[in-house]
Design a binder for this molecule. Sequence first.
Ligand SMILES: NC(=O)c1ccc[n+]([C@@H]2O[C@H](COP(=O)([O-])OP(=O)(O)OC[C@H]3O[C@@H](n4cnc5c(N)ncnc54)[C@H](OP(=O)(O)O)[C@@H]3O)[C@@H](O)[C@H]2O)c1
Length: 257
Amino acid sequence: MATKAVSVLITGANRGLGLEMVKQLVEASRDVRKLFACCRDPDGPRAEALQTLAKKHPDVIAVVRLDATDLCSIKQCAQQVGSVVGTGGLNLLINNAAVAVRTTMQETTPEELQHMFSTNVMGPMNIIKEFLPHLRAAAKASGTPGMSSCKAAIVNISSILGSIEGAKESYATYPCFSYRVSKAALNMLTLCASEELKKDEILLSVLHPGWVRTDMGGEEGEIDATESVRGLLGVMASLTEKQNGGFLDWKGRSIPW
Ligand SMILES: NC(=O)c1ccc[n+]([C@@H]2O[C@H](COP(=O)([O-])OP(=O)(O)OC[C@H]3O[C@@H](n4cnc5c(N)ncnc54)[C@H](OP(=O)(O)O)[C@@H]3O)[C@@H](O)[C@H]2O)c1
């Protein structure tokens, strides 16, 4: 069993790491009672694998439309989730959806940077704000002191490429300018939000999944999605207030900002 959370929401759940998280959570954990697997086009061909999985676990998985760049869809999704979880709230929100491109600063257009920010930064911010009532409800309903992912937590999936300290060493090999800038912003967003929300006992952490063989990571990735997600879910299950506002990798190792 990877996590003790009872209700979980994952964005970008139709492929890559998001889909693998849904798989492992539903197949390995009996404690996940409700899993909101969000994607931008639930009825389209890109969601077929997720829909097949959802059919196998109809009581647990709910496939819900959410486009991280569309505030209306985020609000509608939050309403749908609220009507299911009620006063029990949402225990764990995983902001996983993202886009990446491998261009340098000189190749980057304003439109590209804007697209990165809309998806990778404004998306998570809007999602956090819209789901906050459900996370607060979960923290209140838990009745236990402290912080954990089975009480009320937000995990933002970022990247080591968003580490400002690491950029000098890795930039020449992996430029990904706009992606790096957006993930560094996501990291700051998480840190600021963790300060704002600690009084509500809502935990926030940033996790780096490793270099993973997905559409984004490519075939040269160092690990597969199964290994990465096994690690990520283990780290999520172990989070306490000590890791609030922390930046960790899939093995639980601290990453410099
Ligand atoms: N793979 C790696 O090596 C690696 C390394 C470091 C960090 N990460 C991070 O890990 C997370 C998952 O990456 P991945 O490797 O699984 O990527 P992926 O295979 O490219 O999958 C990305 C997911 O995000 C979704 N998405 C993109 N734009 C969206 C939007 N506007 N609204 C909703 N969903 C959207 C995609 O949905 P569609 O099918 O609709 O496009 C897809 O489900 C990301 O945050 C990424 O930055 C990955």
